[in-house]
Ligand binder design. Structure first.
Ligand code: M6R
Length: 357
């Protein structure tokens, strides 16, 4: 039930700190070690390459999952849109492992791929929020996201939960491989949960940004690099599906290869700048759009934007910034849709789970 909330989406955004804390509990044993089935550990350990298959927001979580698995555990990962993989399968490695990410566990495109994977006798893991769903039952192994029912069509808490589980999986794989990593997913996730709490408390600020940047506009751009590039794609999807504003998430460095032609006086550009290693580069990209008239809003950990608004997110581990930086984007989308009079929980033309191809 949505209780005192006007919409499920806002309730689900607010639930994210609890979801992350719940995941920490579910994946930790009494000795504070990661609790994961031996079979999954073995399947990951045996793989020479992981293929992540998903759609929509779950695909965006997969993009972050790839970074985590590669950076923390040194396992090569490819991320594929399920409907593309289904009819245009790339060459596979010798010992592939398939990871299906799906909130509902019912997405037809992903189910289609799993059927083929099983026919080929290849191993599979599903990461889902719905135990007993088709993808859960039919994959060899399953990991749950423990986010509780997600009712709003726009996925929010399922996304952060998927990334949290992927970070734990990555750390577990690193330990299993004897890699010396100083990334302690569990500890870092507890810091993330606190950061999300701070960010969900900043609703008035996000509402004001939505009013200032997105009330009248027909389009909006999101830019980022590295982890931030994955999050801006999710931010753009969120905005377009509930507010019907045409929005795209771009890699900062790609702007000058075409997109910058679209920037006009007043075009809203939301930039994510949480990654120290590319901070100067994204700030350079921001300059480029500002000098063409863009109306910039920057989400960062330092708040150094000189023109336009700053959203400051609390300090979290570089690898887990997506779980924090997506929160302002979710809230800005929510308020943009609300004040444009859209049906927030049930946007036009969309269903919660896409069970037909
Ligand atoms: O249930 P799934 O995670 O497999 O669903 C995948 C997409 O349909 C879903 O994430 C969709 O993109 C959401 N409406 C995004 O908010």
């Amino acid at each position: 039930e949505k209780g005192t909330y006007a919409h499920y989406m806002l309730k689900e955004i607010d639930e994210q700190p609890f979801v992350i804390r719940n995941i920490i509990q579910q994946y930790q044993d009494e000795q504070n070690e990661i609790k994961l089935s031996k079979d999954i550990r073995k399947a990951v350990g045996n793989a020479d390459r992981i293929y992540i298959i998903a759609a929509g927001t779950s695909y965006h979580a997969g993009l972050v999952g790839k970074e985590l698995l590669e950076k923390v555990a040194g396992i090569p990962v490819e991320v594929h849109i399920a409907s593309e993989f289904l009819y245009n399968q790339p060459l596979l490695s010798e010992k592939p492992l398939f990871i299906f990410i799906s909130q509902s566990g019912e997405t037809a495109d992903s189910r289609g791929v799993l059927v083929n994977v099983k026919k080929a006798g290849l191993p599979s893991v599903t990461i889902t929020n719905v135990p007993g769903s088709t993808l859960d039952r039919e994959a060899d192994f399953a990991l749950y996201t423990y986010a509780g029912p997600e009712i709003a069509v726009a996925s929010t808490k399922a996304y952060t939960a998927q990334m949290a589980v992927l970070s734990i999986l990555a750390m577990d794989a690193a330990i299993a491989k004897g890699i010396d990593t100083d990334f302690d997913a569990i500890h870092e996730l507890s810091i993330v949960a606190n950061a999300i709490e701070v960010l969900t408390d900043a609703k008035d600020e996000m509402e004001q940004i939505a009013r200032d940047y997105l009330l009248e506009t027909r389009n909006a751009f999101f830019i980022g690099r590295g982890f931030d590039y994955h999050v801006v794609q999710e931010g753009a999807l969120k905005l377009k599906e509930i507010s019907y504003i045409q929005a795209e998430g771009f890699a900062g460095g790609e702007l000058k290869h075409g997109t910058i032609a679209l920037i006009e006086d007043g075009t809203p550009v939301i930039a994510l700048a949480t990654q120290q290693s590319v901070n100067l580069n994204i700030r350079g990209n921001l300059q480029e759009v500002v000098s063409r008239g863009a109306n910039p809003c920057v989400v960062s950990m330092d708040g150094l934007n000189r023109k336009g608004d700053n959203v400051v997110i609390p300090k979290v581990h570089d690898y887990l910034t997506p779980l924090a930086s997506v929160i302002p984007l979710q809230l800005i989308s929510y308020y943009a849709a609300l004040h444009r009079g859209c049906d927030v929980d049930k946007p036009r033309n969309l269903a919660k789970s896409v069970t037909v191809e």
